[in-house]
Design a protein around this ligand. Structure first.
Ligand code: N01
Length: 532
């Protein structure tokens, strides 16, 4: 058994930075165990056609090292998956991180040994590690959700989930493809698959909003401008609500005239990207305000999609705009004007089963050669609960969280000493520009570990009271917004049958959350108990 100071699970953005901080800045003996055959996390697995980031490239990166920022040149406004993966490999090499990473190593179980105050970690291959600190860097969207549709085993063609895409790719040439799911992934993949396949059928359950990405290459002038403004942009991202570089507008939807409102939406639509939802401050808290934005988007989609029945099915929204994570797209709605693309509304004609020839709906069989599941993830809690984690007294995390995740700040779990969950449930995480949220968490965790060592303390654990208070606050903040009104949202766990309905990410804003975390640390880790 290998003995360590800290064991990190995962080698994506979070795991890479955690190795660097703990190993190189604190001199700890650290290993990261990674299930994949390469570093990159999300960007290793999500190789599906059309996969891109929807944060601006130059903001979706590490910010802890100005030389790294200066050294890397992003080619596009929204980088494709291979470019982000190259970037993360560059980081791994630049900071010599690979020597602390074991690839192809899936962690299956972790048990807290109370007598020794150590985590005992087991891998799929049966290797064992003991570590003072266990740090999960498993991502929020890494446990693929493959729907339990009867008959999948009888399908005569090939099926694949977008979050587990084969490294060799999938050849769609001349194939009849069925794409199930119209979240960010399906909306990115559909146009690219349609351009290659003989035919594409998109199976849509919940109609989704999408705003154009307006992606474009970046030129030298733009890159230089960003580099010059970097200190202020970085400060903004750190203090902003969402970790993005854009500033949410401070105007109410009904404080402007109808013409002005329309012009603002038009401008946001043409600018593209996630900042559309920040064009008015009340969009996510006032239903009437949101309805205005929703009506504008519906009208835009109807203006793009030529077939009225398809346009109607695509815009029969059942939730306010952006209460489910809003996708941004490149010619998604235009794709339905192609002769080789058809939308099947599975609310109207539900899928009944999968048969050898394809997908059967109540309207008959859709013959297919390939089924692509763009059906999302068991988000936030899934990646943690797929590991058999047992804390004090042998209590399993899956039992402790049977009614939903219970954390203090999304960082610590009562009953699970010395376990740190990077971007865990209860933290802003998925509601932000992820690398900024990840750096904030890793900085905090590294600070906490340094403090424990300086104080000669062996253990830290979130108290049940602190977790309950924090959980109530997370719920209260969410309930003051429109977000929980989206019935099928993965933010609520509603996309996974049987999962408790708890709004998991923290909506209070990253800047405010950072201040709370800093205060907790400054006050000797209030809400945590410590022991020698
Ligand atoms: O997953 P999703 P995703 N039968 O859960 C449908 C991030 N991301 O992979 O809405 C039929 O959003 C489901 O239908 P419904 C981003 O945070 C970022 O697209 O539940 N359909 C939905 O349409 C994003 O939010 C980027 O009714 C079923 C779809 O599958 C998150 O990842 C790119 C079904 C799942 O949508 C997840 O996105 C991609 C079933 N049984 C992803 N089960 C960028 O940075 C589910 N669906 C650009």
């Amino acid at each position: 058994m290998r003995s360590l100071d800290a064991l990190i699970i995962g080698a994506g953005f979070a795991g890479l930075y955690a190795i660097h901080l703990l190993r190189d800045r604190q001199g700890l003996d650290v290993v990261a165990l990674e299930a994949a055959s390469g570093v990159g996390g999300t960007w290793y697995w999500n190789r599906y056609p059309g996969a891109r980031c929807d944060s601006e490239s130059w903001s979706y990166c590490f910010q802890f090292d100005d030389d790294l920022v200066r050294a890397w040149q992003w080619s596009e406004r929204y980088p494709r998956q291979p470019e982000i993966l190259r970037y993360l490999n560059h980081v791994a090499d630049r900071f010599d991180l690979r020597r602390s990473i074991r690839l192809d190593t899936r962690v299956t179980a972790a048990r807290f040994d109370e007598a020794a105050s150590r985590w005992l970690v087991t891998t799929e291959a049966g290797e064992r590690y003991a570590a003072r600190f266990l740090i999960t860097a498993v991502g929020c969207l890494s446990a693929a959700n493959i729907p339990d549709i009867p008959g999948l085993e009888h399908f005569g063609g090939t099926w694949v989930h977008t979050g587990n895409w084969p490294e060799a790719g999938v050849d769609f040439t001349g194939k009849r493809v069925g794409l199930i799911g119209t979240g960010s992934t399906g909306i990115q993949a559909a146009p690219v698959i349609a351009a290659e396949a003989a035919h594409l059928t998109v199976f849509q359950r919940t109609p989704n909003y999408s705003v154009p990405a307006q992606n474009h290459p970046l030129d030298e002038t733009f890159r230089n401008r960003i580099k010059e403004a970097w200190p202020s942009l970085k400060a903004r991202m750190r203090s902003n609500t969402n970790g993005h570089p854009y500033v949410p507008a401070d105007r109410g939807t009904f404080e402007v005239s109808d013409e002005q409102r329309r012009a603002i939406y038009e401008q946001a639509w043409n600018a593209g990207g996630l900042s559309f939802r920040a064009s008015f401050r009340d969009m996510m808290v006032d239903r009437a305000a949101n309805d205005e934005a929703s009506a504008f988007i519906r009208e835009k989609i109807r203006g793009i999609v030529k077939d009225p029945a398809t346009a109607a099915a695509l815009t029969a929204f059942d939730h306010p705009f952006a209460t489910k994570r809003p996708p941004i797209d490149t010619e998604y709605f235009e794709t339905f004007n192609r002769d080789n693309v058809r939308l099947v509304d599975i609310r109207a004609t539900p899928i009944t089963r999968i048969v050898a020839e394809g997908v059967e709906t109540r309207a008959g069989v859709v013959p297919l050669d390939i089924i692509v599941f763009a059906t999302g993830f068991d988000a936030m809690t899934g990646p943690l609960l797929r590991i058999d984690i047992a804390g004090r007294g042998g209590t399993r995390l899956k039992d402790a969280w049977a009614e939903g995740p219970r954390t203090h700040l999304g960082l610590g779990v009562p009953g699970f000493p010395n376990l740190f969950t990077i971007t865990g449930p209860g933290s802003p995480s998925v509601l932000t520009n992820m690398p900024v949220a990840i750096e904030q968490h890793v900085d905090w965790i590294a600070g906490c570990i340094a403090w424990l060592r300086a104080e000669g303390l062996a253990r830290i654990e979130a108290t049940p009271d602190a977790a309950d208070t924090w959980g109530a606050h997370v719920a209260e903040v969410a309930n003051a917004t429109l977000y929980p009104t989206a019935a099928s949202s993965w933010y609520l766990g509603a996309n996974v049958p049987g999962k408790p309905r708890v709004f998991m990410p923290y909506l209070g804003g990253l800047g405010r959350y950072r201040a709370v975390c800093d205060t907790v640390a400054a006050e000797g880790y209030r809400g945590f108990t410590v022991a020698p």
